[in-house]
Write a protein that binds this ligand. Structure first.
Ligand SMILES: *[C@@H]1O[C@H](CO)[C@@H](O)[C@H](O)[C@H]1NC(C)=O
Length: 326
């Protein structure tokens, strides 16, 4: 358990270093070495030299990613942890949308009963629906529902093929991992972590029904925490607050609908009478791909770390701007 703690600490350290690296780039951009900018560069470099004493600890990280755009951020962390000498194992299905092997991590694949053509067909209907069309309203709703079902089937089959592959799970349990890094939007990784008794580190943007905030124990007063799909901000009129409160009231129902199949899978897999919400509330660290400069302020728990922009490459530093010119 202690090593797990160190591991989580290292992961956090790394997250901070990535943002440190950004500062570093900024520092080196203003090359004209006035003493002040030099000081800044040194400060920015500090986190780079610090972990040397910690790097004696090399851990084993299990990554259970989610496919599609969710993979990008997890891949960045998996690569960087591997580059620093930790042993990183990424579990993924044999057929994926965009996941694949990398230089600094191992991959462990498991068979799934679909092929690339099936994924393409699920995704292409998704694209069709996004396009504007002159179809009748009911037709559109039907299409959307069918499409939602297709994606939902695809996600659940993928999860089941991992969780109910007994030989794969027992192989994972013999690997002595220190922690699991996952995207809890699909709770597959969280379930594996609970089964293997490992600490969980989540990386996510948010779960539409606020299950993440609820599981992390964050207060979410509907008077100033805007709900998904409302388009409100943290400053709401009385009417907006009223509607926001109504949305907050139906959220638990929305969560049930989103996760009812996973609630069943959870019970079957763990053999305990728990649902997804209980499993997620076990999470140790939440790395949230948010930032208060882009999102609205809200109460967070101390084990939530904002890492918005973690997967962005720094291509060009911003030009120096004098504020008074505006
Ligand atoms: C479980 O996964 C292993 C390794 O990925 C694979 O060889 C095996 O065929 C899978 N078993 C089942 C029942 O799918």
């Amino acid at each position: 358990m202690r090593t797990a703690g160190v591991f989580v600490f290292l992961l956090l350290n790394m997250v901070m270093e990535i943002s440190g690296a950004v500062d570093n780039m900024k520092g080196s951009a203003s090359e004209k070495s006035s003493p002040e900018s030099k000081l800044k560069t040194e400060e920015a470099e500090l986190p780079h030299t610090k972990p040397a004493s910690f790097s004696l600890f090399l851990g084993k990280l299990l990554v259970v990613p989610m496919d599609g755009s969710h993979w990008i951020g997890l891949k960045a962390i998996a690569q960087e942890m591997g580059r620093r000498g930790h042993r990183v194992t990424v579990v993924m299905p044999e057929t994926t949308i965009r996941m694949g092997p990398g230089k600094h991590y191992e991959t462990l694949t498991y068979p799934v009963p679909y092929d690339k053509a099936y994924i393409d067909s699920v995704m292409s209907t998704h694209k069709d629906i996004m396009k504007k069309s002159s179809q009748p309203f009911m037709e559109k709703i039907k299409k959307r529902f069918r499409q939602f079902q297709a994606i939902s089937d695809f996600l659940h089959i993928t999860a089941e093929k991992l969780l109910f592959n007994a030989s794969l799970i027992s192989h994972l349990s013999q690997q002595d991992f220190d922690a699991v890094l996952t995207d809890p939007m699909l709770p597959t990784g969280s379930l594996v972590a609970r089964k293997l008794g490992l600490p969980t580190v989540n990386l996510l943007r948010g779960i539409p029904c606020h299950l993440d905030m609820k599981s992390a124990g964050c207060p979410s007063p509907p008077s100033y925490v805007p709900r998904f799909f409302t388009g409100y901000t943290d400053k709401m009129s009385f009417k907006e607050r009223f509607i926001n409160t109504l949305v907050a009231l139906v959220e638990p129902l929305f969560c049930k609908l989103l996760y009812w199949r996973f609630d069943q899978i959870t019970r079957d897999f763990l053999g305990e009478n728990v649902g997804v919400a209980e499993v997620l509330s076990d999470s140790d660290i939440w790395l949230l791909r948010n930032d208060f400069t882009l999102d609205f302020p809200r109460p967070l728990m101390p084990n939530i770390v904002l890492v918005g922009g973690i997967n962005c490459n720094v291509k060009h530093p911003l030009p120096p701007v004098r504020l008074y010119e505006f």
